[in-house]
Design a protein around this ligand. Sequence first.
Ligand SMILES: Cc1cc2nc3c(=O)[nH]c(=O)nc-3n(C[C@H](O)[C@H](O)[C@H](O)COP(=O)(O)OP(=O)(O)OC[C@H]3O[C@@H](n4cnc5c(N)ncnc54)[C@H](O)[C@@H]3O)c2cc1C
Length: 566
Amino acid sequence: MRYWIILYIMLVNLLLSRHSKRHAAVMAASTTSTTSTTASATTGEYVSSLARLLQKRELSSKAALSAATNTLRQKYAPTSTSTLRHNSRAFVRPSFFHSSAVTASSSTPTKDTSTSFDFDYFVIGAGSGGIASARRAATYGAKVAVAEKARLGGTCVNVGCVPKKVMWNAASIAEVLHDMKHYGFSSSDKVTFDWPQLKSNRDKYIARLNGIYDRNLEASGVTKVVGAASLVGKNTVQITNPENGTTVTHTAKHILIATGGVPVFPNGDGIQEHCISSDGFFDLEELPRKAAVVGAGYIAVELAGVLQALGTETHLVVRKEGALRGFDDLLKSTLDEEMQRQGIEIHRNTNGMEKVELNPDGTKKVYLKNGEVLDGLDTVLVAPGRKPNVESLNLEQVGVQQKKGGYVEVNEYCETSVEGIYALGDVIGEIELTPTAIAAGRRLSDRLFLGVEGAKINYELVPTVVFSHPPIGTIGLTEEEAIKKFGQEHIKVYRSKFANLYYGAWQVEPDDKPKSAMKLVCAGKEEKVVGLHVIGMGADEMLQGTCLYAFDIVSSLSINLVLTTI
Ligand SMILES: Cc1cc2nc3c(=O)[nH]c(=O)nc-3n(C[C@H](O)[C@H](O)[C@H](O)COP(=O)(O)OP(=O)(O)OC[C@H]3O[C@@H](n4cnc5c(N)ncnc54)[C@H](O)[C@@H]3O)c2cc1C
């Protein structure tokens, strides 16, 4: 079934791309801002061909098919209120057809003489959300620019998901080497690990991705502006060149703030000087011999797991009782047991760090607020959280309101307090993940440049994976949240805890085998699933599959959810 859904999504993409292209072409031919009925007919034509194609492949769920068709009709039929101006040079096919993208951008923006603005859309930040939104807008024919002050791709590509996953893969290989003796393989002690080689390969991969992002922006017709952008007015941005300090200003009808977040360092003597953040983790030239990871969030447990698996003596320092506050108890307790089984020493109820000193031999000494002292550390990695990257944006001056923690305040449509200025992704402090930033960015462009009224994302049910060891997959309410919401008497919980068959042949005590655990939280008489929590080998892929499957079988509304994340 999963394959049908993937095939189905690909077909929808194919048809939408054709539709967008035709739709854009129709609008480009027209000098007015309104759309013509030809475009509507085109939509209907493609929706029908979608139906025909899917039926030919005997898609079993008719309800899914009709829901998809309706969704397409409602979402992508052009509205007569669209006010988009078009420039034909930016007509490209959507991102899923990189290879056949056709148009190149100019590196210096050309003034659109038909309007008083340089651009229809100026995006600040070429990270997950910014790039996705910019390219989607360009697909619809908007004249788009993106300003980036660092490397293209943002946090995820350069110091987040991507290098993290490479390191997680390395750690997983180390675990398999450790396990191989149970399967009759020997000589694992002859295998050596070369951190600098891994780092070099990883860095090359990321450099390649930076290049791909660059080419994709160009192919989409998006103008790239190098430098740090700040707002100087409702429709004006100023970009400072990082090399020579010169500035340039651009005007745009719509401005998007997609500047992401940066790691936070706790206060305390020597902490800023002698500790590294998750960004610094990816700069490490050597595998640390002994390290402390300070933090209780997903980044802390992920990086602690990597270090321990690769051979570092790892200490995890948490302020309270354990890591992953806010996650379901079953996940927290199972991961806690597994981290200890792997040899990670967890320092609990420390209330955080007091100060850090540098020893004469270059190692560090960490004083914790509960009186504990950790000494002889090569690396102290702090990951207490992140803050929005807004410092140089001049938000106050233009009247963009911020909320607690400095995050940009937006409504459900990513609109800030200033008309024409939008924000999304980590900078708004909702769910700080790449797919949510991407989806929000695309929905915003769907709304602004294709006229899809009501296009927005829903932050309520976001499947999430933690690349701990073992991984975690989770969606929906924790048991505690469900009880609070529905009342204890309306909640039924299904639990399972077992050793994966992978560990079956291990000649160790059953209690010493790593565990998988699952929980389904159900509400009401019908036992509607309101939370699903998995930890164990394969939990990452399992959650993905389960969500797709659930979306397919539960109702036609679920298929809409799948569509709205494309
Ligand atoms: C260690 C780590 C692991 C992670 N793992 C995952 C994961 O597995 N899965 C997942 O979904 N998410 C993960 N994330 C989170 C994910 O990286 C972010 O949620 C995502 O990158 C947010 O996208 P964004 O577009 O909001 O911002 P970003 O991707 O951070 O992009 C913002 C961009 O704006 C630029 N910028 C900032 N200010 C300016 C300015 N004034 N002018 C010009 N440019 C500017 C920045 O240089 C940056 O390139 C991880 C994060 C970290 C730190």
